[in-house]
Design a protein around this ligand. Structure first.
Ligand SMILES: Nc1ncnc2c1ncn2[C@@H]1O[C@H](COP(=O)(O)OP(=O)(O)OP(=O)(O)O)[C@@H](O)[C@H]1O
Ligand SMILES: [Mg+2]
Length: 238
C-alpha cells in the first residue's frame, strides 16, 4: 500500500480534531509500546525510513527524554545506582513527558506532522500502574495533565513474552530492566489489558515476526488509518 503526500495532507489537515478542548491540533500521534527489548526502537527506525521515503513530515521522539530536562530525568530513572519509590518514578516520568509534550510534540502536531513516540502514556499505565500497583485513575489524570490532553491516536503494541524479551536484551540491564520477572510479567499482562480496553486505538502485533515484515504490517495499518480519516473528512465536506 502506498501513501501519497496529498492523501496525507488530506487526512491530517482537513480533519482537525479538538482534544479535550485544550489544544486544537491536526497532526497524528503514533506510539510504539511493549516491554523492554520487544523491538520498539527497531520499528521506530524502520518507520522513520518509510516516512522519509514518502516525504511525509514527522518527528520522532523517545521517552523518557527528547529535551534537555527530559534527558537529565532519563539518567536518574535508568541508572542503576538509585532506589526510587514507585511514586517518585511516576512523577519523574510525568515531568519528562510534560517537557516533551510542550516543547516538541504539541508544536509538531500543530504543524500537521506525524509524531512517532518510542513509548508514551501507555508505558506509565503498564509499568507504574500494572507493574508497581499505583492507581490507574491517578496515572490517567497525570497523563492528561502532562500531555495537555493530547493522547495517542494510534498505538502499536509489540507483543513478546518476558522470556523472549530478556533473551533479546542479553545481560546489560538498566534500572527498570533489572526489576524481577514477576514485575515484567505484570507489565506484559497490563499492556494486553490496555489493548482490550481500547481495541480501535491499540493494535497488538506479534513481535516475534521478522523486523522488516513487522514494519510492513505497521505501515499498512498506519496508511489504512490515515486513508479512513481522509474518507471521513471528504464525507464531512458534502
Ligand atoms: N522483530 C525482531 N526479531 C528479532 N529480533 C529483533 C526484532 N526486533 C528487534 N530485535 C532485536 O531485539 C533487541 C531489542 O530491540 P529494540 O532495542 O528495538 O527493543 P526496544 O523495545 O526498543 O527495547 P528497550 O525497551 O530496551 O528500549 C535488539 O537486539 C534488536 O536487534
Ligand atoms: Mg528502545
Amino acid at each position: 500500500m502506498s501513501l501519497s503526500f496529498t492523501a496525507y495532507r488530506h487526512a491530517v489537515l482537513l480533519l482537525p480534531h479538538c482534544i479535550s478542548g485544550v489544544f486544537d491540533t491536526n497532526g497524528l500521534l503514533v506510539s510504539l509500546e511493549g516491554i523492554d527489548g520487544c523491538g520498539k526502537s527497531t520499528q521506530a527506525r524502520l518507520l522513520q525510513a518509510k516516512l522519509e521515503q514518502h516525504d511525509i513530515p514527522f518527528i520522532s521522539v523517545r521517552e523518557p527524554g527528547g529535551t534537555a530536562v527530559g534527558e537529565g530525568i532519563r539518567q536518574v530513572l535508568l541508572q542503576t545506582g538509585y532506589f526510587l519509590t514507585a511514586e517518585t518514578e511516576l512523577l519523574l516520568y510525568m515531568a519528562a513527558r510534560s517537557e516533551l509534550s510542550r516543547q516538541l510534540i504539541l508544536p509538531a502536531l500543530m504543524d500537521g506532522k506525524i509524531v512517532l513516540c518510542d513509548r508514551f502514556t501507555d508505558s506509565t499505565l503498564a509499568y507504574q500502574g500494572y507493574g508497581s500497583g499505583i492507581e490507574l485513575q491517578w496515572i490517567r489524570l497525570l497523563n492528561r495533565k502532562a500531555t495537555g490532553g493530547r493522547l495517542p491516536d494510534l498505538t502499536f503494541l509489540l507483543d513478546l513474552s518476558v522470556e523472549e524479551a530478556a533473551a533479546r536484551r542479553g545481560s546489560a540491564a538498566d534500572r527498570m530492566e533489572k526489576k524481577d520477572f514477576h514485575y515484567h510479567q505484570r507489565v506484559h499482562r497490563g499492556y494486553l489489558k490496555l489493548a482490550r480496553q481500547e481495541p480501535e486505538r491499540v493494535i497488538v502485533l506479534d513481535a516475534t515476526i521478522e523486523a522488516e515484515k513487522l514494519c510492513s504490517a505497521i505501515w499498512m495499518t498506519l496508511c489504512q488509518f490515515i486513508e479512513n480519516r481522509a474518507k471521513m473528512g471528504s464525507e464531512d465536506e458534502f
